[in-house]
Design a protein around this ligand. Structure first.
Ligand code: CA
Length: 229
């Protein structure tokens, strides 16, 4: 089931959207401030975000910018009438669509369906990825730097490959545990920190200008890469 994040500070609007989206078969998470929107975005990895422009704390533009640093998840901006310039700015900043308030809930559901239909598959199909001088082969499960295969423990390798599948996307320790260690894992989150420390050591000759594993305070980790070719 796909998860939609509604970032909207007006409880009545959020409630109506939630009801309609759930009826349409989506799981819904809600956020009522900009900061909360980012927090929930990171913890629930939604398939799409409905993002109000006027949010308390960080506004919708700032939230959009933060989301775009982490992922290409589709975002539909909710704008007030007369914010045409803002709409255009939003589309330039990477919003996928916008809806003008006041809106009819059915229309929002239709737009959500449409954007999800056209949004590119986020699962990476290519087995081999290049991050500067680092070559990651997801199928063969190998990581080579300047042609030399790097040596990871199997778990560390799984963790790094998972991050490499989703470059520039932040994951919480809990998410990494769930994806890499499995839902049955009962140890501490500290295992993630230790694994990341070992992975960074293994990658120490990979130039930071090409990419690095970043710690995002309060969020978790991401494999930050300059550009992908
Ligand atoms: Ca608002």
């Amino acid at each position: 089931m796909k998860t939609i994040l509604i970032a909207e500070d007006e409880p009545a609007i959020s409630r109506v959207l939630k009801a309609y989206l759930e009826k349409a078969g989506y799981r819904v998470e809600q956020a009522f401030t900009g900061d909360q929107a980012i927090e929930v975005f990171v913890s629930c990895s939604p398939s799409l975000v409905l993002l109000d422009v006027m949010l308390p704390g960080q506004d919708g533009w700032s939230v959009l910018e933060q989301i775009r640093k982490r992922s290409s998840c589709p975002v539909i901006m909710l704008t007030a009438l007369g914010q045409l310039e803002q709409k255009l700015a939003g589309l330039n900043q990477g919003a996928d669509d916008y809806i003008t308030k006041p809106f009819v809930a059915e229309e929002v559901v239709a737009r959500v369906n449409a954007v999800l239909r056209r949004s590119p598959q986020l699962i990476v199909d290519e087995a081999v990825k290049y991050f500067g001088s680092l070559k990651v082969n997801l199928r063969a499960r190998t990581v080579t730097l300047h042609g030399v295969e790097l040596d990871f423990t199997p778990r560390d390798l799984s963790l790094f490959l998972f991050l490499a599948q989703h470059p520039n996307q932040a994951f919480s320790r809990e998410q990494l545990i769930e994806h890499v260690w499995g839902v049955d894992y009962e140890g501490s989150d500290r295992a993630v920190d230790l694994a990341i420390k070992r992975i960074r050591k293994t990658l120490e000759n990979w130039p930071a200008s090409e990419g690095e594993i970043r710690t995002l305070r309060g969020l978790g980790y991401q494999l930050y890469v300059q550009e992908q070719t």
